[in-house]
Design a protein around this ligand. Structure first.
Ligand code: PLP
Length: 235
């Protein structure tokens, strides 16, 4: 299957999942998770109509930006971001989805202030409380949002979550539901400069469940580009 056919198939699945949940499919953005796929593949995904591209690694981001591979689609950063690489990401992407710790939040603020810009971000939540994953604890989100006035060059536009890997359908529903409830709480509180426009959850294996729980952005790699070949990669 070509990238174009894969994107069309995913759109059909989004439509179906949205309708069965009583939602408008247009509310759900399709973010192509482009890691380990080259500029040419990224161009094909953009041409096939994905809503945005999400990059995981700074080196790949820099390279594909230089190739103008994302032209026509917003670029998001979705991977673990080291603080010493913040300068290569802030101001270069439309949204940093993976702000997962206080130290990174402060570094993004400092860099955005230095550049004189406002950087849009999502707060990443470690919803399964996994030691191997970054992310704020769910309980820390509301207290943090109270303090966003201390980060004037950052605008929080929502939440991102990567639940544990789960094979069985519906296996992550409990996590998606928790994120959904948190989003409802945040919206009700009406914090300054904070919205939950983006609820970024759902990947190739579980996006239909995520859509049932209110996801407004699914991040899809494998189902668009095929399996990633980690075997001969350099990392
Ligand atoms: C790779 C990746 C995805 C996409 O995963 P697939 O299972 O290939 O769809 C989504 N989000 C993040 C943060 C990723 O790193």
């Amino acid at each position: 299957m070509s990238i174009r056919e894969n994107v069309a198939a995913i759109r059909a699945q989004i439509e179906e999942a949205a309708r069965s949940a009583g939602r408008d499919p247009k509310e759900i953005l399709l973010c192509a998770a482009t890691k380990m796929n080259d500029g040419d593949k990224v161009r094909q995904a953009v041409a096939a109509g994905v809503d945005c591209c999400g990059e995981n690694r700074v080196q790949e981001l820099t390279q594909k930006l230089a190739e103008d591979a994302y032209r026509g689609a917003p670029v998001h950063f979705i991977g673990h971001l080291q603080t010493n690489k913040v300068r290569q990401v802030v101001g270069k992407v439309d949204l940093i989805q993976s702000v997962d710790r206080m130290k990174l939040l402060q570094c993004v603020q400092d860099e955005a202030a230095r550049q004189g810009i406002c950087q849009d971000i999502l707060l990443q939540i470690n919803i399964g409380q996994e030691a191997s994953k970054g992310g704020f604890a769910k309980e820390d989100i509301l207290p943090l949002l109270e303090k966003m006035g201390q980060f004037p060059n950052i605008r929080v536009r929502g939440l991102m979550a990567i639940p544990p890997i789960c094979e069985k359908p519906g296996g992550n529903d409990k996590f998606f539901q928790e994120i959904h409830n948190l989003a409802v709480d945040i919206t009700a509180k009406k914090y300054d400069n904070v919205s939950v426009e983006f609820l970024s959850m759902g990947m190739s294996g579980d996006f239909e469940d995520a859509i049932r729980w209110g996801s407004t952005m699914i991040r899809i790699g494998t189902a668009i580009f095929g399996a990633r070949n980690y075997g001969n990669s350099h990392h």
